[in-house]
Ligand binder design. Structure first.
Ligand code: NAG
Ligand code: NAG
Length: 327
């Protein structure tokens, strides 16, 4: 009961479709039969399964091997199994730089420091009325931290220049849509506003606490961007007053636990002069009827306060600990 039109239709469709199918089948069969013939020794992607690869070794049959379990895929370019974010598409998600970025210019930028997208250990400086300066983050090993605008150790830097894991929700870089960013936007902006960007502007050369991390400090040196440096590993914290990294028990709060002696008072003392327990070259003077002492300095030149004689004296004449005299 097949109509004339139906027969013609069937015939045409069958003919039209049969050629491409046989062609595809041919392609599939060559793919299935991966061969090392004509290939140099090495490893080759298995295009049907990203976590597998073929290995061609002279005088051996083709090896078909699997990457370690857990998600790595084969990276033919680097000849190794790696995480998808480090591997080019289609097996990985690594983003390719397809065009050289435009050369950096300070036009339309506020004066300041900017990341050099071509070299993590360089940065750009924009100064009004000057062309852009391209400067290195010395010493070797520092990279530019564009969040803080300083040269920093890689483990403090998030993103391609550093190794610090991004604590904020990174989502999936490949599929991150505008909507997701809008949704997360308000919260992220708020946290970023509270990140105070350290600047050496208006500061003397020297070392400064990092308010967000006690084991780090900033170093301001003329003609350099701020350096962001760590104290030695092992638990030391930065002591801005003494300009060193020290054990917490030697550092005042909030970074350390050093307990400060109570302030000197004359309330429980007879009138007279008393050595400043913090500094032998200073003393407190108590006068009758006043709880508040006067805080005075010994004359410069090495004199220390002699509590026995209530005068400033040479250390050789003063009892320890402020002087050397032992009896
Ligand atoms: C790909 O290969 C791995 C390792 O042999 C295997 O566990 C996995 O099931 C394969 N995936 C597919 C889609 O065939
Ligand atoms: C990046 O800059 C540093 C410092 O100037 C230089 O030593 C290094 O060779 C540069 N690296 C590249 C890839 O250009």
């Amino acid at each position: 009961m097949v109509s004339f039109r139906g027969t013609v239709f069937f015939f045409i469709v069958g003919f039209a479709v049969s050629t491409p199918i046989s062609k595809r089948q041919a392609e599939q069969s060559t793919e299935e039969a991966f061969s090392c013939e004509g290939r140099s020794p090495g490893m080759y992607s298995d295009h049907k399964n990203c976590s597998m690869y073929y290995e061609c070794v002279l005088g051996h049959p083709v090896y078909h091997r699997a990457c370690a379990p857990g998600g790595p895929v084969f990276d033919e370019q680097d000849q190794m199994c790696d995480w998808p974010e480090n591997v080019a598409p289609p097996c990985g998600t690594q983003r390719m730089v397809t065009e050289a970025p435009d050369p950096f210019t300070c036009e339309d930028r506020a004066p300041g420091l900017y990341a050099d997208l071509l070299n993590c250990s360089m940065y750009w400086e924009c100064v009004v009325g000057h062309p852009a300066y391209n400067r290195p983050c010395a010493p070797d090993g520092l990279v530019f931290n564009s969040l803080l605008g300083v040269c920093d150790w890689p483990y403090n830097v998030v993103g391609t220049c550093g190794t610090k894991p991004d604590s904020r929700d990174t989502g999936d870089a490949m599929t991150g849509s505008g909507n997701e960013m809008d949704d997360a936007g308000s919260g992220d902006e708020n946290t970023e506003e509270t990140v105070e960007v350290f600047s050496c502007d208006g500061r003397a050369e020297g070392l400064y606490s990092d308010p967000s991390d006690c084991s780090m400090y900033y170093h301001c040196a003329a003609g350099h961007p701020p350096y962001h440096r760590p104290c030695a590993p092992g638990g030391t914290v930065f002591d801005e007053q003494d300009q060193i990294c020290d054990w917490p028990e030697n550092v005042a709060p909030p970074c350390g636990t050093e307990t400060m002696p109570p302030p000197f008072t004359c309330a429980d003392k007879v009138p007279g002069s008393y050595t400043d327990p913090q500094n032998c070259a200073k003393f407190y003077q108590c006068v009758s009827g006043h709880a508040e002492p006067s805080h005075r300095d010994c004359p410069a030149g090495g004199l220390v306060f002699d509590a026995e004689l209530m005068i400033c004296n040479w250390p050789a004449a003063v009892m320890a600990p402020c002087g050397y005299k032992t009896e």
